[in-house]
Write a protein that binds this ligand. Structure first.
Ligand code: DX5
Ligand code: ZN
Length: 225
C-alpha cells in the first residue's frame, strides 16, 4: 500500500484560496478534499459547487468531494460538471436502497463512489456497500468542523473494514477524516487506512510541504513493516 494525502480545504485561508491551492500542489499532496456542508445534515455550512468548479479550473489535483448534505443524489450532475473525481456520501443519509442507487449512479457517471460512516455507525453498516464503492471514508471526528481531536476508538472499525476488503479481495481504499496529523497517522495506517484527509495539520502547518512529507513517510513506513 502507498499513502495518499488529501489536504482538506476547510483549513485553508479562504481569502487566498487560489494561493492556498498552489501551496497544496507544491506540498506534493495527491488530492484536494472538499467538504460540502448544508447546515442540515451537519450543523455547519461550508462551500458549494460554484467554488468547486472554480477550484477545478485552476488545479489538476483530483477533487475528493465529501458530501455532508441531505439528498446528495440531487447534486450528482452538478458535481460531475464541477469536476469532482471522488464523491463520498454518508451511509446514514437515507435507506440502503437509495444509498446503493446513489453509489451506482456516481460510478455510472464516471466519478468514483465512496461511502462514509459517522462515528456512531458500525463497520457492519457499510459492508453491504463495498461492491458499489471505490473507497470507504471512516470519520474519526463528528462531521461538521475542522480542528477536532482524533477519536482513537474508531481504529477497530478501520481494522474490521480492512479485514473484510482483504478477505473478499475488493479494490477499495479506506480514507480517514478528522484529527489526522503526524501523531495519529501511523495508528490509522496500522489499522488499514491508506487515504488521509488532513486539514489543520497540512494547511495550518508552518511548512505544508514538510508536513505532508513527514506524514506520508510515517504511513509508508508502517506499510513496509
Ligand atoms: C470535518 C471534515 C474534515 C475536516 C478535517 O467534518 O469532514 O474534512 O476538514 O479537518 P482536520 O484535519 O482539521 O480535523
Ligand atoms: Zn471531510
Amino acid at each position: 500500500m502507498k499513502a495518499i494525502i488529501s489536504p482538506s480545504l476547510l483549513a485553508a485561508d479562504f481569502l487566498s484560496l487560489g494561493k492556498e491551492i498552489k501551496k497544496a500542489e507544491k506540498s506534493g499532496a495527491d488530492m484536494l478534499h472538499c467538504d460540502v456542508m448544508d447546515g442540515v445534515y451537519v450543523p455547519n455550512i461550508s462551500f458549494g459547487f460554484d467554488i468547486i468548479s472554480k477550484i477545478h479550473r485552476i488545479t489538476k489535483l483530483p477533487l475528493d468531494v465529501h458530501m455532508m448534505t441531505c439528498c446528495p443524489e440531487k447534486y450528482l450532475d452538478v458535481l460531475k460538471k464541477s469536476g469532482a473525481y471522488i464523491v463520498t456520501v454518508h451511509s446514514d443519509y437515507s435507506d440502503p436502497e437509495t444509498v446503493t442507487e446513489t453509489l451506482k449512479n456516481i460510478r455510472e457517471m464516471g466519478m468514483k463512489p465512496s461511502v462514509s460512516l459517522k462515528p456512531k455507525c458500525q463497520a457492519e453498516d457499510v459492508l453491504r456497500y463495498l461492491d458499489y464503492s471505490d473507497m470507504v471514508l471512516v470519520m474519526t471526528v463528528e462531521p461538521g468542523f475542522g480542528g477536532q481531536s482524533f477519536m482513537t476508538d474508531m481504529l477497530p472499525k478501520i481494522r474490521k473494514i480492512r479485514e473484510y476488503i482483504t478477505e473478499k479481495n475488493l479494490d477499495c481504499d479506506i480514507e480517514v477524516d478528522g484529527g489526522i496529523g503526524p501523531k495519529t497517522i501511523e495508528s490509522c495506517a496500522e489499522a488499514g487506512a491508506n487515504v488521509f484527509v488532513v486539514g489543520t495539520a497540512s494547511f495550518g502547518a508552518e511548512d505544508m510541504k514538510e508536513a505532508v512529507k513527514l506524514m506520508r513517510n510515517k504511513a509508508n513506513e508502517v506499510y513496509k513493516k
